[in-house]
Design a protein around this ligand. Structure first.
Ligand SMILES: Cc1cc2nc3c(=O)[nH]c(=O)nc-3n(C[C@H](O)[C@H](O)[C@H](O)COP(=O)(O)OP(=O)(O)OC[C@H]3O[C@@H](n4cnc5c(N)ncnc54)[C@H](O)[C@@H]3O)c2cc1C
Length: 393
């Protein structure tokens, strides 16, 4: 057994843990040792590579809008910021926009969200039904009262390239990755003293960051902390459609069904209702939802989708925060050197740059310097005070 010490131990080397490692390693005011413990470097069951890669500013909470604006800014500079040995990554960002559609009963909420987004500086266009029909001629506007379309800054990218680019750059800047599993978190006094790994190794630490994705609830329990974050399985269906649909953004129907272009075809899906959405690590495609919910909604909203071919599907775990489907970011109030960046509930890929930077600010500066994420703290979980994000896709 070896005994060692790191200034920061990061549990989980997905997009979020790797973004935190990158921002710490890149920060001129910080030269502590950073160790990322990742139990599976193939990421076969991690959320990041299984995600749909969407980036948007259309959220209902101001901080989430600001996080989305930073994601866009960071992605725009990723070639320069994440280059290693002169090799700049290409994240494959497609600035296709998001289109949220509202029925009459959802119009007021869409308008409230739109006001929050535009006040924060997001370029979101408000469209009445005739404007929707003119701009998106393939769209059936029956039953729609309005739409909101991200004209700039929204789209999708390759999630695995973002993860690998963060990781590569973090390593180039000195962060270390360890293939092992954190199986115990040792506490003493008011803090965490060390983590123990499945190999038997023990790493004493200045700070521990829980960035364990859908497994974060289980990792938090190792420190005696109750955190309602666990895996909820989502399926993404791949379809082909003969008729070309020019300028199809990531479109979210009032039913919750979404669709966007992917290569020459499209991908689509829906989140199941809460009562049919158990916590589970059975990462299996649920074919039922396509026939029963997704395809009928798509065919109604985009008549060209009446004739689609289902060409494939994949499933992955959402890192689901059961309290309010919003991220938990910040320091534990009494275990002072225990930090969290998890519970992103389906929007963690795009939140990884801001979450990584936020962790760096807490560790290096002792508080937020850019976006104030205080409302995302774990205290709200203990006090059962949801910070509800309405726009969870
Ligand atoms: C189908 C699907 C579609 C999605 N679409 C989008 C989207 O369009 N846009 C968006 O922003 N987000 C999307 N998401 C959500 C996004 O993928 C996640 O929020 C994000 O990837 C979370 O990153 P993470 O690093 O926290 O988690 P992960 O990528 O899961 O990484 C956590 C890592 O922790 C490791 N780990 C866990 N426990 C331990 C331990 N004890 N010791 C060591 N290592 C451990 C795991 O092996 C894993 O690699 C989607 C997710 C899914 C499943």
């Amino acid at each position: 057994m070896t005994a060692e010490r790191a200034e920061v131990v990061i549990v989980g080397g997905g997009a979020v843990g790797s973004a935190a490692a990158y921002f710490l390693a890149a920060e001129p005011g910080f030269d502590g040792r950073v160790v990322v413990v990742e139990r599976d470097p193939t990421y076969a069951r991690a959320s990041t590579p299984l995600s749909a890669g969407g980036i948007r500013q259309q959220f209902s909470i101001r901080e989430n809008v600001e996080i989305g604006l930073f994601a866009r800014e960071f992605i725009g500079r990723a070639g320069e910021l994440l280059a290693v040995d002169g090799e700049a990554p290409d994240l494959g960002f497609v600035e296709g926009g998001y289109l949220f559609l509202a029925p009459p009963e959802g119009r007021a909420i869409l308008a409230e969200n739109h006001a929050v987004q535009t006040a924060a500086g997001a370029a979101i266009a408000w469209l009445e039904p005739d404007g929707l029909a003119a701009r998106f001629p393939w769209l059936n506007v029956d039953g729609l009262a309005a739409g909101a379309f991200g004209e700039r800054g929204e789209g999708w990218l390759d999630p695995n390239t973002l993860l690998q680019s963060f990781k590569r750059k973090a390593r180039a800047l000195g962060a270390e990755y360890r293939t092992d599993e954190v199986v115990a978190i040792e506490r003493s006094g008011g803090g965490v003293e060390a983590v123990r790994l499945a190999s038997g190794d023990r790493i004493e630490c200045g700070t521990v960051l829980v960035a364990a994705g859908a497994n974060a609830g289980a990792v938090a329990r190792l420190a005696g902390v109750a955190l309602p974050v666990g895996p909820r399985i989502r399926t993404i269906y791949q379809i082909d459609c003969r008729e070309p649909l020019p300028l199809l953004p990531l479109t979210i129907d009032p039913s919750g069904v979404f669709v966007r272009p992917e290569g020459k075809g499209y991908i689509c899906g829906v989140s199941p209702p809460e009562d049919q959405d158990p916590e589970s690590w059975e990462i299996e495609v649920d074919w039922r939802w396509f026939e029963e919910v997704v395809w009928p909604a798509l065919a109604h909203r985009v008549p060209a989708f009446e004739a689609v071919k289902l060409t494939g599907a994949w499933a992955g775990p959402y890192d689901y925060n059961a309290l309010d489907q919003n991220a938990v970011i910040g320091r534990h109030p009494t275990i002072g050197n225990l930090l969290f960046a998890t519970g992103f509930s389906g929007h963690g890929l795009q939140q990884s740059p801001a979450a990584g930077r936020a962790v760096m600010e807490l560790v290096v500066h002792g508080g937020y310097r850019t976006i104030d994420l205080s409302r995302f703290g774990i205290e709200r979980i203990f006090e059962n005070r949801p910070l509800k994000e309405r726009n969870v896709v």
